[in-house]
Design a binder for this molecule. Structure first.
Ligand code: FAD
Ligand code: FES
Length: 273
């Protein structure tokens, strides 16, 4: 579980996105697009889920945005350091098959999460339209990698510093108005996935989202990743992370994902991070 490579992909005064290549031959052998690992940075640390963005013979690629204590501590590790623990692959893999025309929407670090799925869907001869969105140009990641597997690529930034000004959902509305598509696949902040699902429903298109529910044990025992899908209670860690976006109870998920916000802020202050 040694870090073999580290590269800063994006940086602003508020956050940083880093690509890490980690020695993990057993996980690399099994991981499929859509699956994630659970990482513990140190013995006293919490477990955080991170998508397996890529893999080769003996290593996996993780892309991590520093948003709180554990991701900031992970960002401080260097080549040669080891993770305290790494478990995976977890979750159900994405269903990779020929759908026809697919739109993938990635917002923020969600761009890293759509990449393995886009690559695999392209490998099944799907037509791929990709929409990437970032707050600002400095936070846009994997543009070239996604361009290489996309037939169409639209980039949006909230502040207009690159691509078109606005949100991924504006671009989605436009694409869906012009052409017919068979699937929408989205990963990003919850408000984005919620709006993507709402727009795609108006066009009656199947929508898959990969949920960033807060996970604690990632093994279906703590209940923190609970999400209501239609009228059923599901656990993102074992039933997901992908769900039908038209059926997710977004308001409940949004509330649940903010429950530790104040505590996490206080802990970061304590650690001077
Ligand atoms: P915290 O201090 O715990 O949280 C900081 C802020 O992020 C708070 O506002 C909190 O509400 C929110 N938050 C906490 N946990 C999560 C969570 N699980 N998802 C979304 N927001 C959260 N992040 C990446 O950078 N790269 C990835 O490839 C990636 N893949 C993921 C795959 C899955 C299946 C899931 C569930 C999440 C993934 N995440 C990914 C999100 C990542 O796990 C969280 O950012 C991380 O757990 C935050 O931990 P922290 O201690 O640094 O921040
Ligand atoms: Fe504990 Fe899913 S993370 S039940």
């Amino acid at each position: 579980m040694k870090i073999l490579n580290k590269e800063i992909l994006a940086q602003t005064p508020d956050t940083r996105i880093t690509r890490l290549k980690v020695h993990a031959p057993l996980i690399a052998k099994k991981a499929l697009p859509g699956q994630f690992v659970v990482v513990m940075v140190s013995e006293a640390g919490e477990r955080i889920p991170l998508t397996v963005v890529d893999k080769d013979k003996d290593k996996i690629t993780l892309i991590v945005q520093e948003v709180g204590l554990s991701t900031k501590l992970l960002g401080k590790l260097n080549v040669g350091d080891s993770l305290y623990a790494l478990v995976g692959p977890m979750g159900h893999p994405a269903e990779i098959k020929k759908y026809g025309k697919v739109i993938l929407v990635g917002g923020g670090v969600g761009i890293a999460e759509i990449y393995p799925v886009a690559k695999a869907l392209k490998g099944k001869d799907n037509y791929i339209a990709t929409i990437l969105g970032a707050k600002t140009k400095a936070l846009l990641i994997l543009q070239n990698e996604l361009k290489a597997v996309s037939d169409e690529l639209v980039i949006t930034t909230d502040d207009g510093s690159y691509g078109r000004r606005g949100f991924t959902t504006d671009a989605l509305q436009e694409l869906l108005g012009k052409n017919e598509y068979d699937l929408v696949y989205a990963v990003g902040p919850i408000p984005m996935m919620k709006k993507v699902s709402f727009i795609a429903k108006e066009f009656n298109i199947k929508t898959i989202v990969s949920l960033n529910a807060i996970m604690v044990d990632a093994s279906c025992m703590c209940g923190s990743c609970r999400v209501r899908v239609k009228d059923e209670v599901k656990f993102s860690c074992v039933d997901g992370p992908e769900f039908d976006g038209h059926l997710v109870n977004w308001d409940e998920l949004e509330k649940r994902n903010n429950i530790y916000k104040d505590k996490e802020k206080r802990i970061c202050k304590l650690y001077k991070l």
